[in-house]
Design a protein around this ligand. Structure first.
Ligand code: ADP
Length: 464
């Protein structure tokens, strides 16, 4: 509606501008024509002016056919008067009918060889003033006029045409404006309808793209991209929920089975204690799993803001050492730490610790008794590199591209019944990605694995 109104207003302004300019041009052209005509007539009449006893008179043979226009038109409005006293010495019949108002007015103002217009009952007349001299030198004023009625009529007709055409053109402009606006906005309406139909069950639905490569296509493509991203996120969420349910079901089923057997068969206190401690283990596993799930969902929520502060890598590794040394020594694995002094990274200490902890925890988990895990911290240009090398079971070549995927576990680790859910490395990668760092791996089955974590160093020369 607004486009139509705007279009109509602009069109109306253009039409009015055009019409008034045309009117003005037309009127001034007609005006010039009238002045030329009255001059021609005056000159024509002068040729027939004679002086008889110092009195000016017109002499021509009215019977001659070539004098017909002279008799009919050119002598219609003329008069000659004496400027000395304003006395009229010759006058056409029609001038006499109009009265003396014209003479008097012109007599009062100085007579020039110019034009003047007079309004009469016959309509407007244009007069041309001319001085004529008798042979004796007496001066008279010759006034020859024409009626401007036809000019006025033409201008009136032109104005009437404008008055008719104006509203008609406006109506046309409004209709075509409305038509064009609806045509232009139709694709937007299509997009709106398509977007209204969209919900979680049909996120694969896409908006129509006409292929014209215009702004509307750009809009549709932008929406489609957003839908695709949304569909991706929703898909991941669905997968996460399904996997979560699956992962929680197994330990819960084990817990329930054990409790059922204990209830049915009872047994000695020792037996019941054994069941309870096994249940505690399962509950610990569940707690750990839920803790990891919480971290992943928190990370994925998009609401999380990682800190961007200097991180003391030595302090971080010492804390990790404290947490994992008991586990390592219980498994008979030598866990060693070696790092440069004053290593400073930049980022969020808590989240970086989680990443390092997950990688070293894996190294201990997937290394059999008697093996070793060596952690090495150095600076490499603008990065701090934490290298975790173990002498464990290694990762099969075909599994390496997948180990950072959520819930992925290599068959070898499943087969050996090593505890885990496949979230640790996924989270570690997410953390490093969001620090502007990276995590890399090289591994050989039966020999061990080497994980490298690169975190931007502080102070850093590079922009992170
Ligand atoms: P989880 O350890 O809970 O299974 P992760 O995401 O931490 O899950 O690891 C994914 C998979 O990568 C593991 O299941 C395992 O197969 C493999 N993996 C990770 N770290 C090592 C390692 N140090 N040695 C051998 N395999 C590893």
């Amino acid at each position: 509606m607004r486009i139509t109104v705007l279009y109509t207003v602009i069109f109306a302004a253009l039409f009015a501008g055009f019409f008034f300019s045309a009117y003005h041009l037309f009127a001034s052209q007609l005006d010039r024509d009238a002045s030329n005509e009255v001059t021609d007539r005056a000159e024509g009449l002068r040729g027939y002016l004679k002086f008889e006893n110092e009195i000016p008179v017109f002499r021509f043979d009215g019977a001659l056919p070539e004098n017909a226009p002279l008799v009919r038109d050119e002598t219609r409005f003329y008069q000659i008067y004496d400027p000395a006293n304003g006395r009229i010495v010759a006058q056409s019949y029609e001038m006499r009918m109009l009265g003396s108002a014209i003479v008097l007015r012109e007599h009062e103002s100085p007579v020039q060889n110019g034009f003047f217009d007079v309004s009469t009952d016959e309509g407007r007349l244009r007069f041309h003033n001319d001085r004529v001299r008798s042979p004796a030198g007496h001066e008279f004023v010759l006034q020859v006029g024409i009626s401007l009625k036809s000019m006025q009529d033409a201008l009136n007709r032109f104005s009437r045409l404008g008055l008719w055409l104006g509203p008609l053109a406006l109506l046309l402009a409004a209709t075509s404006g409305w038509f064009m606006a609806s045509r232009a906005l139709n694709p937007v309406r299509d997009i709106v309808h398509a977007a209204q139909k969209l919900d979680l069950s049909n996120l694969d639905h896409r908006l129509p793209v006409s292929g014209a490569n215009d702004e509307l296509d750009e809009l549709a493509v932008t929406f489609n991209d957003a839908f695709a991203r949304l569909a991706g996120s929703v898909g991941e969420m669905k997968q996460l929920t399904a996997s979560m349910a699956h992962e929680l079901r197994t330990p819960l089923a084990a817990l329930r089975g054990e409790a059922e057997i204990a209830l049915l068969h009872g047994g000695s206190v020792r037996e019941l204690k054994r069941v309870l401690s096994s249940q505690l283990e399962e509950i610990d596993k569940l707690t750990k799993l839920i803790g990891q799930l919480l971290m992943v969902t928190k990370a994925e929520s998009g609401l999380l803001r990682l800190e961007h502060k200097p991180v003391d890598v030595q302090a971080l590794l010492t804390e990790v050492d404290d947490t994992l040394s008991v586990l390592a020594s219980a498994k008979g694995i030598s866990l060693t730490f070696e790092y440069d002094r004053d290593l400073m990274a930049i980022g969020d200490a808590q989240w970086l610790k989680h990443a390092v902890l997950n990688v070293i925890d894996n190294a201990i988990k997937y290394t059999p008794e008697g093996g070793s895990v060596a952690v090495h911290g150095t600076r490499d240009g603008n990065y701090v590199v934490i290298d975790v090398r173990d002498t464990g079971m290694g990762i099969p070549h075909n599994a390496i591209p997948h180990i950072f995927e959520r819930f992925y576990r290599a068959d070898s680790s499943r087969a050996k019944d090593i505890e885990g859910v496949g979230l640790g490395l996924n989270l570690a990668k997410w953390i490093l990605d969001h620090h502007g760092g990276e995590i890399s791996v090289s591994s050989e089955v039966g020999k061990g694995s080497d994980f490298g974590l690169r975190v931007p160093a502080f102070p850093s020369m590079s922009k992170v």
